[in-house]
Design a protein around this ligand. Structure first.
Ligand code: ZN
Length: 236
């Protein structure tokens, strides 16, 4: 049976049986220990420190964290045209995090705002590392969604993605590919995104849960290990 899977969340409370990837800044405490709740961590392009030493120390914390089994993805990291950090510096830090992801063989949770051309170029530069690039909170046209899917990227949609009609068209355009749903900053959780997606696609929520659970387990094999949050005494 499928479960609700929240691909990208900043929440701290989840309902029983729900599985999620909670996004943390590299120096943000991992204080949530429950079966099925995992973490991702990365330098968000909107919060890149201006000092080199600070950025280096965050990257060090990040690389330490990524050795922990509970940190199952790198991110959110990426490129944001509206951020104050110059695009060159953003790309440099994004590339460093792609390298880290390749070292630990964990997928990337990508934040991308109005920089999809640069994102495609960065992925090309990174070569065929075989690390999945998953764009969270996708907002854009059906054409862009198709273009990113063709480049091998996976999309995750939240309720904000479906706020305008473009989001529904984008989901319909890539519905035969693997995709995810997420709550991101919404206190209402991932349920509303499942409801919206099931209406757009004309499928039952249970069916959607089953597909997405299967995709989640293929992307994050740790989800296959029972309820799979390994008990550990220390989190980096
Ligand atoms: Zn987020």
């Amino acid at each position: 049976m499928g479960f609700f899977f929240d691909f990208h969340s900043h929440r701290r409370e989840f309902s029983l049986g729900e599985k999620a990837v909670v996004s943390l800044f590299p120096d943000e405490m991992a204080d949530l220990f429950r079966d099925g709740i995992f973490f991702s961590s990365g330098l968000h392009p909107r919060f890149i420190p201006s000092g080199d030493r600070e950025a280096e120390s965050l990257l060090e914390s990040l690389s330490r964290r990524l050795r922990d089994d509970r940190f199952i993805a790198v991110g959110e990291c990426g490129l944001d045209r509206l951020a104050s950090t110059p695009m060159g510096r953003q790309m440099e830090l994004f590339e460093r995090q792609i390298k880290l992801a390749c070292e630990v063989r964990k997928p990337l949770v990508v934040h991308c705002v109005r920089a999809h051309g640069e994102l495609l170029a960065t992925r090309k530069n990174a070569g065929n590392a075989g690390i999945p690039f998953c764009i969270h909170g996708f907002r854009g046209s059906a054409k862009l969604a198709e273009q990113l899917a063709r480049a091998g990227m996976t999309l995750s949609f939240g309720t904000v993605s479906f706020a305008d009609k473009g989001g529904a068209d984008a989901l319909l355009a890539i519905k035969d590919e693997m995709f995810f749903l997420e709550s991101d900053g919404s206190p209402e959780g991932v349920g509303p995104a499942y409801l919206a997606a099931s209406e757009i696609l004309g499928v039952d929520i249970e069916e959607l849960k089953e597909d997405i659970s299967r995709w989640a387990a293929s992307l994050f094999p740790i989800l296959n290990r029972g309820d799979g949050n390994p008990a550990k005494t220390r989190v980096y």
